[in-house]
Write a protein that binds this ligand. Structure first.
Ligand code: ITT
Length: 200
């Protein structure tokens, strides 16, 4: 089965491609469909944006499309940056710009260690050209560091300690992050769904 990855974030494409590598699917990207319009992410939930992105691409390309809407919820900030994680710092170029996590560290400068709890959330949507949509969720609990650490991963990885670890996601190997991450967990559920569908 062909599936179009409905994301323009190269780092997400890398993660989704390696986690779905064992599945009997052929992954296409938006680079294969340069005329596909960019989705306006104007919903206030991860699910709303993920479904919107996947449906628009599935209908345009006439193929199943897979989207990821994700972000970081920080308890001390009432759940922010949440669905606005990619553009938290007003002058951030994109979701991988360090300005986003530098603003976050700044906003939390007065927040003590025991109040720095946070979680990454991911909603994966798989949409079909006939408007059917399936959604899969994953969460990774953790806490925000005091300073950035590590070079791997992307986005807020250098400031996120997953629960039970004193290393950030950016200090972990790809396999370690995938086993713990919100995206890894959501894609594991998608994999179960696809195995059932493709068998039947
Ligand atoms: P697409 O909409 O094209 O998929 P995007 O980067 O704009 O790309 P989102 O709107 O879903 O994607 O924003 C998600 C942001 O949340 C992302 O840009 C990062 O800043 C952050 N984020 C999500 N997953 C992350 C992860 O695994 N590690 C670090 N930061 C992450």
């Amino acid at each position: 089965m062909d599936i179009v990855l409905a994301t323009r974030n190269r780092k997400k494409i890398e993660e989704i491609s390696r986690i779905t590598a064992g599945l009997p699917i052929h992954v296409l990207s938006l680079e294969d469909f340069p005329a596909c319009p960019e989705t306006v992410e104007d919903r206030d939930t991860f699910e709303g944006n993920a479904v919107k992105k996947a449906l628009e691409v599935a209908v345009f390309t006439n193929r199943p499309a897979l989207s990821d809407d994700s972000g970081l919820e920080v308890d001390a900030l009432g759940g922010k940056p949440g669905v606005y994680s990619a553009r938290y710092a007003p002058d951030a170029a994109n979701g991988n710009d360090p300005k986003n996590y530098l603003k976050l560290l700044d906003d939390l400068a007065a927040t003590p260690d025991e109040k720095r709890s946070a979680r990454f959330v991911c909603c994966i949507a798989l949409a079909f050209p006939d408007n059917r949509v399936e959604t899969f969720f994953g969460r990774a609990e953790g806490r925000i560091s005091r300073e950035p650490r590590g070079q791997k991963g992307f986005g807020y990885d250098p400031v996120f300690f997953p629960l039970g670890f004193d290393r950030t996601f950016a200090e972990m190997s790809a396999a370690e992050k995938d086993a713990l991450s919100h995206r890894g967990k959501a894609l594991e559920k998608l994999a179960g769904f696809l195995r059932t569908v493709l068998k039947g």
